[in-house]
Design a protein around this ligand. Structure first.
Ligand SMILES: Nc1ncnc2c1ncn2[C@@H]1O[C@H](COP(=O)(O)OP(=O)(O)OP(=O)(O)O)[C@@H](O)[C@H]1O
Ligand SMILES: [Mg+2]
Length: 213
């Protein structure tokens, strides 16, 4: 789905060759500061590489309208923003921005169940805990139903049990829609449990740890 060849970005990444398959779970691991977030940002053209080629489904990423691309390839940042307003406002913000149709409340309640967030739609989002906010932003992204989900440490604020439940729900959703999930995690255990593909970023280079086709 993504192919990178000779990709360089500043002195941060130097990727000889990397292929990320579609319809699979790819986990990216590596030390803090190794370049994981930078790699994810390259994939939805938030930043462009200085050298090399990045293909998305065989087409150069830079030939695709960035707005079109980001409808299909959606990234959840490492520290995503919560906006003032209710839980519902926060769920709908991505869809509104993308000018997509607004689902009814039952679908919104369902997505809250998917991320194990036991809050009402009318509740004030800003008073949620850190981990609850993280799940709310995940729910917001799930509603967008992207072809590729780029998640930057989506469970960093969650306890082990909640992390397991939430990640398994996301994977279930992604598989049911035949979408792809590319997820950065600080947890090698998590990567080993769920990753079909495991990539390690080390000193700006990429090492393939597992390749399960
Ligand atoms: N736009 C930029 N210009 C210059 N340096 C940058 C830029 N963006 C990131 N960096 C540097 O690149 C390195 C890799 O950053 P990146 O955010 O990709 O790391 P990471 O692997 O995601 O780390 P963490 O696990 O802490 O989130 C860091 O040293 C960072 O300071
Ligand atoms: Mg990062």
């Amino acid at each position: 789905m993504f192919s990178l060849k000779g990709v360089k970005y500043k002195d941060i990444l130097d990727i000889n060759e990397l292929h990320i398959p579609g319809e699979k779970i790819t986990c990216i691991i590596g030390e803090s500061g190794s370049g994981k977030t930078t790699l994810l940002k390259l994939l939805n053209n938030m930043i462009s590489c200085d050298e090399g080629i990045i293909l998305f489904k065989g087409q150069s990423l830079y030939d695709i309208n960035p707005i079109e691309l980001r409808r299909k390839v959606i990234m959840l940042n490492q520290n995503p923003a919560i906006f003032s307003g209710t839980v519902k406002d926060n769920l709908l913000i991505g869809l509104r921005f993308a000018e997509k149709s607004i689902p009814d409340d039952s679908k919104l309640i369902n997505v809250l169940h998917q991320v194990y967030l036991k809050k009402r739609l009318e509740e004030d989002a800003e008073i949620l805990s850190g981990g609850e906010k993280q799940r709310l932003t995940l729910a917001r992204i799930l509603l967008m139903e992207p072809e590729v989900l780029l998640l930057d440490e989506p469970s960093s604020a969650l306890d082990q049990n909640t992390e397991k439940e939430v990640i398994e729900q996301i994977i279930k959703d992604v598989k049911a829609r035949q979408a792809a999930l590319i997820m950065i995690t600080h947890s090698r255990l998590l990567a080993e449990k769920y990753g079909d593909f495991i990539i390690e970023v080390k000193n700006g280079q990429i090492f393939l740890i597992r390749e399960r086709r």
